[in-house]
Design a protein around this ligand. Structure first.
Ligand code: ACM
Length: 537
């Protein structure tokens, strides 16, 4: 029954898009091939509602309607590119009802979507892409597979919002013809999720990854440990999760942690979307879950009680103690093996219960330990107060403290910008927002969007900045719906800050573009904050 209805939709759509046979005896075969993919009269298609805004888009006034016969061609047909083709097919099949066969070919056939890894006419870098939509088909070209993944998000956004629906829709499926070429301003466009204050299951995190991918986010930073919980099994220190992962803010009991297999699954799911997971183990403060799990990590050799409140700054590992050094080495070793990405985040924020001397000595000792895992060190900006060896990334978070990141940059660290008054998704949008905090002020959609990372912190310029990262702390965030309403639409604005040229940052224009994403997010089933500041469609 379902299959029959499905077939009918396919047939009707094929007819609606004019995907009939091409007359063999025509004078202008090319024009007829193109007209075979013409859209029904009155069809509207635009390139105007993309978020992030591309570097350059040039519509030429025409349209191409995706036919029911469309195939997704990949060239060369490597397993990696075929998987990207399958990802695109999986995005487009539910709403179109089309078969969208994925196949390898170097010769594009009319009516198809052709994905090619090649150096096109533009210098595209790691994540750039060129998209040509002609009257008879689509060609997406990128130098690297990641660029194809980013270009696919553009292609999704060019189709009608109903393309994101999970069930067959009437169509048609028009694309405005023309060209787009695009590449990111910054290499790092991240999203941090705190799974320590409240724990979120793998399925919830995957849904967030899918929605973040739509805005070309390329890092998922998981804040895996804090006073309230330890969320990843460490085989050599099993109590960390078994006991330290049994509670969360508000006191619910576990198990509230990822097995190593679940974590690996999450990492692979993100990687298939060209999103790198950056694991954070927060030390030497924000460590009560570890201190409660192992007495030996405390200077008085007495385990603390589990903690389910929301205070910060009261916990510290015992610095320069043998068990602490072994703990750090074991944990970093296991986490680095589970993480193919290049970075280990070692927290180091708000170590208010660690003396300045102990803090400096701890960060000093950590650097060779991280280096021994083969990873690059990233820490919160506070690490600027220690002596930094080259290659660190300092994540600026506290808008009232520019000094920490400035000190780090003066030591040749790179800066990742997450100023809380712009990028903290746990700040309330406005006085009416039920969830969230206000310590960094209200962060409405304009505040999250209308800023330039290169002028945010004096002394930290474009060349010092690796990128931007939105951060969602979860003291007040309990469900996936809570995550979504705080994340969207602000993540889209921050993604554009990280991706698009600074000269195109224009609140008036962005406001209208993001308004067109309301039906898209709704069709995906992703919740978002519907403030009157955006004229939602
Ligand atoms: C932080 O918000 N303590 C990094």
């Amino acid at each position: 029954m379902r299959y029959a209805a499905h077939l009918l939709v396919v047939l009707l759509l094929g007819a609606a898009c004019g995907n009939g046979a091409v007359p063999p005896d025509t004078a202008d075969a090319a024009a007829d091939v193109a007209s075979a993919f013409a859209c029904p009269p009155g069809t509207v298609a635009t390139m105007a509602n993309l978020v992030p805004l591309p570097v350059a888009s040039t519509p030429d006034g025409g349209q191409f309607c995706l036919p029911a016969s469309a195939a997704i061609e990949v060239n060369p047909p490597t397993p990696e590119l075929l998987a990207i083709g399958q990802y695109l097919a999986a995005q487009l099949r539910p709403a179109t009802g089309f078969a969208l066969e994925v196949r390898g070919t170097a010769t594009p056939q009319p009516g198809n979507i052709h994905l090619a890894k090649a150096q096109g006419k533009w210098a595209l870098g790691e994540e750039g892409y060129g998209l040509t939509i002609a009257a008879d088909g689509v060609t997406l070209t990128a130098a690297q597979p990641a660029g194809l993944m980013r270009g696919i998000q553009t292609l999704r956004q060019l189709l009608p919002a109903t393309i994101e629906a999970g069930t067959p829709q009437p169509g048609p499926w028009p694309l405005a013809t023309g060209t787009i070429h695009d590449q990111p301003r910054f290499a790092w466009r991240g999203l941090m999720l705190d799974v320590a204050r409240h724990f979120f299951a793998v399925a919830d995190v995957k849904r967030l990854i899918d929605a973040a991918a739509y805005y070309k986010i390329n890092r998922l930073h998981l804040h895996l440990t804090d006073d309230q919980g330890w969320r990843l099994v460490i085989t050599s220190w099993p109590q960390l999760s078994a006991l330290g992962g049994s509670t969360e803010v508000g006191g619910a009991t576990g198990p509230l942690f990822y097995s190593q297999a679940e974590f690996a699954d999450l990492v692979a799911y993100a990687a298939a979307r060209y999103i790198t997971v950056v694991p954070e183990i927060d030390m030497p403060g924000h460590s009560n879950a570890a201190l409660a799990s192992y007495a030996a990590l405390n200077c008085d050799n007495t385990a603390t009680a589990l903690y389910t409140g929301t205070e910060v700054g009261f916990s510290s590992l015992c610095i320069d103690a043998t068990p602490t050094t072994k703990f750090v080495g074991d944990v970093l070793g296991e986490v680095s093996k589970l993480t193919p990405g290049a970075w280990l985040h070692i927290g180091d924020d708000e170590a208010k219960s660690t003396s300045a001397a102990d803090y400096a000595s701890f960060v000093q000792a950590l650097q060779p330990m991280v280096a021994a895992t083969g990873k690059k060190l990233i820490g919160w900006a506070d690490i600027g107060h220690a002596t930094l060896t080259s290659g660190a990334i300092s994540q600026h978070w506290n808008p009232y403290d520019p000094t920490s990141v400035q000190l780090a940059v003066q030591q040749h660290a790179q800066a990742l910008l997450s100023p809380a008054n712009r990028a903290y998704l746990d700040m309330k949008y406005d006085a009416d927002t039920p969830l969230g905090q206000v310590w960094a002020g209200l962060v409405d959609e304009q505040q999250a969007y209308a800023w330039n990372p290169a002028t945010e912190v004096p002394g930290v310029g474009e060349a010092d900045i690796v990128g931007v990262e939105a951060a969602l702390w979860t003291e007040t965030i309990v469900t996936l719906a809570d995550i979504e309403v705080m994340t969207f639409p602000r993540l889209a604005g921050l993604a554009e800050v990280g991706w698009s040229p600074v000269a195109s940052n224009d609140w008036a224009g962005y406001r209208l573009r993001i308004a067109a994403h309301g039906p898209r997010l709704s069709a995906m089933g992703v919740g978002f904050y519907k403030s009157a500041r955006i004229p939602w469609e």
